[in-house]
Design a protein. Structure first.
Length: 166
């Protein structure tokens, strides 16, 4: 009897696939030329060297943060996982120049929905790098993470990691 009562309160493990938010080359997070990301201070994940500036949603979820400089965006997926997409390195110093947001905080999004468009040439000129980390910022809810580590990726189509939520 008690087992049945308490058994119902346990959360079910859910799995979620995270798709690439950009077209480009997938690289390991440890190879990002910024210690905040390469040492996983913000969380675990992967990064992409983009070939164009069209950033789309990698998951079904809700926009929980859009930085006023539009260089980074936070999404809470339907499983509760929180993802940060940080477009380029040292792009905060661009103060939004070259970035156009297509969503706002509170918007619901699906995989492939446009989030941000950015000018890669301008980022190359004014920032350190176009490398874009995609990290899980609430890793404490993750039971396991299976990452793709390299290869060419298509936005909204290529799987970059599979997550099991506790």
């Amino acid at each position: 009897m008690l087992k049945k009562l308490f058994g119902k309160k346990q959360e079910k493990v859910s799995e979620e696939t995270v798709f690439s938010p950009l077209n480009g080359q997938l690289i390991e997070i440890e190879k990002v030329p910024d210690p905040v990301f390469s040492q996983k201070m913000m969380g675990d994940g992967v990064a992409i060297e983009p070939t164009d500036g069209k950033v789309v949603s990698p998951v079904d979820g809700e926009i929980i943060q859009l930085f006023h400089t539009k260089h980074a965006i936070g999404i809470k997926s339907s499983s509760g996982m929180e993802l940060l997409i940080h477009i380029g390195l040292e792009t905060v110093n661009m103060n939004g120049e070259g970035f156009e947001a297509h969503v706002k905080e509170g918007d619901k999004v699906s995989v492939g929905d446009p989030l941000i468009t950015c000018d890669l040439d301008l980022i190359n000129e004014k920032a350190t790098s176009t490398v874009t980390p995609i990290v899980i910022t609430n890793g404490d809810i993750v039971e396991s993470l299976s990452k793709e580590n390299s290869g060419s990726v298509q936005n909204g189509q290529s799987k970059i990691f599979q997550v099991k939520i506790k």
